[in-house]
Ligand binder design. Structure first.
Ligand SMILES: [Zn+2]
Length: 741
């Protein structure tokens, strides 16, 4: 399952380190993917100038409450008026105290992720025990191979060379005698890349059809191995890119031949392809053409579909025969149609150059499996091209994230077994039901929806598939062993291990074309600090990794839990009703607005007007650090989800409070329950960022940066201004408010 139409809670702008575009599919017998320092609590008795009297409330002194109070105190800037800038109020000290050093970003999420990484490393670096089942042993082996830097230093070079000779018959740049000036040879190399999960010309994979999510189909998207499109237009950037390639090539082959012309030609071709890429806003529209293999052949007759798709990819790699009638969904049309033209023209003009670039795309993706001389060059380049920057440069953590990604259910089992509090699963499930129910109550209140549209929305809200914590199958030894039976990892060969997994994933993905889609399966491993909505399965998912403080703690007061994971739950539910999600019905079938088959035209029009308010509002937000405004259009889906989510969770909390009474407050703080609800919400988005990261997040991200995830949502909520007694027109309480859900 690709990430193509999976809505995530937070931005993952850091590229997956190891080519990872596909997930192990789950079907019945096969399957689908900073330490929070505790400071000694300082009991600052702060008299909030605006808080209503709270003397009557009791104080909670449990560990969870003291820890939470501590975090609040550590993060907040008490000198700021929450009604002027709620983000600075909740996160001011966090930003001031956090030191970025080599990191491009440190946020609450990153701290928790780091902590999770540390916990996993404790488990995965332990030597094998007799009770470990085979997949756990293999996960440990994979980790050891990743950590075995001396082997990588010793053999990495030779491995790469052998691999290139074996799979691509050599690199024409250095092995001109092997070069075969034949069209078929270029298709063979294109497929060789595909076999290892590197999609050179376009992404190809099998997943549920947009028009009928019970049927698997074959999808084509623009690929992701390029640099950002904007760089290709800047001479200075292209020169550093060429220098980088030259350095890598010299490491690969120390011969003195002058490669300048070859590199120029390669980069020229890469640029030609990249200039047709769709940007984030264009991509998120999800426009696609329904075709068949037969119509691809007719419409793009210059490309040899028969050889590439039918013979090489499906037959040779997947051992599957597909006919001309096989349906295809073609996304990123502008890119794909031009890329095919460019590819086939180059094929006539300069096969050698094409081959050189194909192999470069492989080497570029493989740098991290190579000796330091190679991999050490990437951080330098990343200074010029922030999208190449990594989340961490610490080898152990990188390797942990990699094994967690590659074997998510095996690693997830270890995590859940050792660190997950099982009570959380049941208790958070109840919260989800409460918030889902609140959303349904809200749906009945909107006068801008007519009866038919409301009915469709209610049915959809009712049939959301809820996934919490972890799938039960991770504790079924037989199941897990079967799922990972092909993962026979070597102790030392990191390069081989990674490409073996990629190959397994590709074969597994291709085979899905023959199977019925099981919509209700898990799509994420448990050891992730994130949450998801999938419109095709109408599924919300909260992996075990996010069910911890400050999001959730079964021993914390519910005003914290609702401000934390509650807002996240609301966010994911609301994705089903954001500008894209609302077009999918309860069964995950996509309905275009023109069809009028899901909502009435009038309701769609009303919705669009309301969405426009949010688009305009966020477009006006200025990220001062880089002096750029947010892209309200590109981020609208996430902003709609943020705004709805916080409201739903707040209302659900108030309903809960009505039934169960007011909860004790936090020690050392003079805030009431409502205020603490909002403060905890604000603190899950605390973050400090390098400007290069912000540039990338603003231009390419689907999410607003943390600052505005806090300010935008609270600005639009009456309940917020009431909680903090804000005057109309104060910065964090504008008179004009936007609201859809
Ligand atoms: Zn989201």
């Amino acid at each position: 399952m690709s990430e193509a139409i999976q809505f995530e809670l937070k931005e993952n702008l850091v590229p997956a380190k190891y080519a990872q575009r596909l997930k192990k599919s789950i079907s019945l017998l096969s399957g689908i993917v900073t330490t929070l320092t505790l400071f000694v609590i300082v009991l600052v008795v702060f008299v909030a100038r605006k808080s209503p009297s709270i003397e009557k409330n009791k104080i909670c002194l449990s560990h969870a409450c003291v820890k939470a109070a501590n975090m609040v105190i550590e993060n907040m800037n008490f000198s700021v008026d929450p009604c002027e800038d709620f983000y600075e109020f909740t996160c001011g000290s966090f930003v001031k105290k956090t030191v970025l050093a080599e990191n491009q970003r440190i946020s609450t999420f990153d701290r928790i992720e780091n902590q999770l990484g540390q916990s996993l490393s404790d488990l995965l670096t332990q030597s094998d025990s007799e009770s470990d089942i085979e997949p756990i042993k293999n996960a440990k082996k994979f980790l050891r191979s990743c950590l075995n830097e001396s082997n990588i230093e010793k053999n990495g070079d030779a491995k790469l060379m052998r691999f290139i000779i074996k799979e691509f018959d050599g690199w024409p740049l250095f092995d001109p005698i092997f070069f075969r000036n034949e069209t078929q040879h270029a298709y063979k190399n294109l497929a060789a890349l595909y076999k290892y999960g590197i999609f050179f010309l376009f992404d190809l994979y099998v997943n549920p059809s947009i028009s009928n999510p019970t049927i698997p189909t074959f999808k084509i998207y623009q690929p992701s191995w390029f640099l950002d499109k904007s760089y290709y237009e800047k001479e200075e950037k292209m020169n550093s890119y060429k220098n980088f390639i030259a350095k890598i090539l010299r490491l690969y082959n120390s011969s003195n031949s002058d490669l300048t012309d070859d590199i120029d030609k390669m980069v020229e071709l890469e640029k030609k392809l990249a200039m047709n890429l769709l940007n984030t806003a264009e991509k998120r529209i999800m426009a696609y053409e329904k075709m068949t293999i037969g119509s691809l052949k007719k419409n793009f007759s210059e490309f040899d579909w028969e050889t590439f798709i039918q013979k090489k990819v499906f037959k040779e790699i997947g051992n599957i025969s597909i006919g001309d009638n096989q349906e295809v969904e073609l996304f990123s049309f502008r890119y794909v149609s031009n890329a095919i033209k460019i590819f086939t023209e180059e094929l006539k003009k300069d096969k050698k150059n094409l081959d050189n670039l194909l192999i470069w795309s492989f080497v570029k993706k493989s740098l991290h499996f190579l000796p330091k001389a190679y991999s050490g060059l990437t951080p330098k380049l990343a200074k010029m091209f922030p999208e190449l920057e990594r989340f961490t440069n610490e080898r152990l953590l990188e390797c942990i994230y990699s094994v967690t990604e590659q074997m998510e259910y095996a690693v997830g089992r270890l995590y859940v077994e050792n660190f997950f509090n099982h009570d959380s699963k049941k208790a958070s499930f109840e919260m989800i039901k409460n918030i889902q129910n609140e959303f349904k109550i809200m749906l009945n209140e909107y006068d801008w929806m007519d009866r038919v549209s409301r009915k469709a929305a209610l049915e959809k809200a009712d049939s959301i598939d809820i996934k919490v914590g972890f799938p039960e199958f991770i504790f079924n030894d037989t199941y897990l062993i079967e799922m990972y039976q092909e993962y026979k990892m070597s102790e030392v060969e990191f390069f081989e291990n990674t490409y073996l997994i990629n190959r397994i994933l590709i074969e597994d993905n291709l085979k899905q074309i023959l199977k019925k889609v099981e919509r209700k399966v898990w799509q994420m491993g448990p050891a992730i600090v994130n949450a998801f909505y999938n419109p095709q399965s109408n599924q919300i998912c909260f992996p075990a990794g996010i069910l911890q403080a400050p999001f959730y703690d079964s021993k914390s007061p519910n005003y914290l839990n609702y401000g934390g994971i509650g807002a996240v739950i609301g966010h994911e539910i609301t994705h089903g009703f954001d500008d894209r999600g609302r077009k999918f019905d309860k069964d995950g079938i996509f309905h275009s607005d023109d069809s009028g088959s899901l909502w009435s035209n009038k309701a769609v029009e009303n919705y669009k007007n309301k969405a426009q308010c949010i688009i305009d509002q966020y477009s006006n937000f200025l990220v001062k650090q880089i002096n750029k405004r947010l892209n309200g259009n590109q981020t609208q889906g996430e902003n709609i989800a943020d705004n709805g989510g916080l409201k739903e969770s707040y209302r659900a909390y108030k309903r809960w409070e009505e039934k169960n009474g007011k909860e004790p407050l936090l020690p050392g703080l003079n805030f009431n329950q409502d205020q603490l609800f909002f403060i905890n919400y604000g603190q899950i988005w605390c973050g400090k960022y390098k400007s290069s990261y912000l540039e990338k997040a603003v231009s390419k991200g689907l999410h607003s940066v943390g600052d505005f995830r806090v300010r935008g949502t609270t600005m639009n909520m009456e309940a917020f201004s009431k909680a903090f007694n804000c005057k109309p027109g104060q910065q964090n309480n504008p008179i004009k408010k936007c609201s859809i859900w």
